[in-house]
Design a binder for this molecule. Structure first.
Ligand code: 9UX
Length: 130
């Protein structure tokens, strides 16, 4: 009997081949059929400076939510940070940062490791698609 399993995984933790092996190890025969677009949504953390009162939070959140492709924008005044979720096909991290700067604040990706993690993940996925 042949069945299809749709598996959602974290590319930083495992790979389709590893998952398939693990299923083989349990006594079944698994083959990877396709690696889908599980990277449609990207989540970034930003450091935002220039916020001096609670209304700034609302200003930034509202401005971001108006942009196409941004599904979530949560800004925190106390930690000078923001978490933004967006569709890669609609908008980029660079554009999001530009939008924040345009309304008078400073923004940058929270740290280098995050940038590398995003890059690595993309490279991994590109590899599997070949
Ligand atoms: Mo508060 Mo923010 O008076 O741009 S709204 S400083």
């Amino acid at each position: 009997m042949f069945v299809l399993a749709d598996i959602l995984f974290d590319p930083s933790e495992t790979s389709p081949d590893k998952i398939s092996e693990a299923i083989d190890d349990m006594g079944f025969d698994a083959k990877v059929q396709s690696v889908g677009e599980n990277d449609k949504i990207e989540k970034i953390k930003l450091t935002i400076s220039g916020m001096s009162c609670a209304s700034c939070v609302g200003k930034i959140e509202n401005h971001l939510k108006k942009q196409n492709g941004i599904s979530k924008a949560v800004v925190a005044l106390t930690t000078s940070s923001a978490i933004v979720e967006f569709e890669r096909s609609e908008i980029t991290a660079r554009k999001i940062i530009q939008e924040i700067i345009e309304i008078g604040f400073q923004a940058e990706l929270r740290n280098e490791t995050d940038n590398f993690a995003i890059l690595e993940q993309k490279t991994e996925i590109a590899k599997w698609r070949k």
